[in-house]
Write a protein that binds this ligand. Structure first.
Ligand code: HEM
Length: 136
């Protein structure tokens, strides 16, 4: 058994956008869910970073990643996952893995029709988290 995780939006790693512009640009909660499901599927199947995801709880990841994206996009969610340093501890993620993940996320967002401007605004919220994700 593991300790229950505490829902705490500070663990999400970014201050959310204000207003509903970004939530709309991502198609609301339905659009965000489709993007996250596709993003997770692409990552698990990816020839480069797939092995980092193998054997991790895909169902949980889809749920908490959805909560994180939805919270940051100000689409009305609370994040219940771990903070970014704890979640990625000992995964051995390298800079190249991070770059690859940005590409798979761009693919998932493009497939959902998110504008490049909105994609880039969202990516710049995630970018500072690389310091907690990449293994030094
Ligand atoms: C800024 C970039 C990233 C963000 C915002 C992010 C976000 C997250 C979130 C929200 C979780 C779930 C935490 C939880 O459920 O408690 C997670 C877990 C995970 N992430 Fe990331 N992540 C990022 C980068 C990466 C990269 C580059 C990789 C590998 C290529 C990666 C691999 C994983 C794996 C394997 C897990 C599951 C860990 C476990 O099951 O214990 N992440 N990430």
């Amino acid at each position: 058994a593991v300790d229950p995780y505490v829902a705490d939006n500070r663990h999400a790693g970014a201050v959310p956008f204000t207003g509903d512009g970004m939530a709309k640009a991502f198609g609301g909660q339905d659009g965000i869910r489709r993007i996250v499901d596709r993003f997770v599927a692409i990552n698990f199947a990816d020839p480069v970073i797939g092995e980092i995801f193998a054997n991790h709880d895909k169902v949980r990841l889809k749920r908490t990643l959805f909560e994180q994206f939805c919270f940051i996009l100000n689409a009305g969610c609370t994040y219940s996952g771990r903070d970014m340093a704890s979640a990625h501890k000992d995964l051995g993620v390298q800079k190249a893995d991070m770059n690859r993940l940005v590409e798979t996320l761009q693919r998932a967002m493009s497939e959902e029709g998110v504008s490049f401007q909105a994609q880039n605004r969202f990516l710049s919220k995630l970018a500072p988290m690389r310091h907690d994700v990449i293994e030094k």
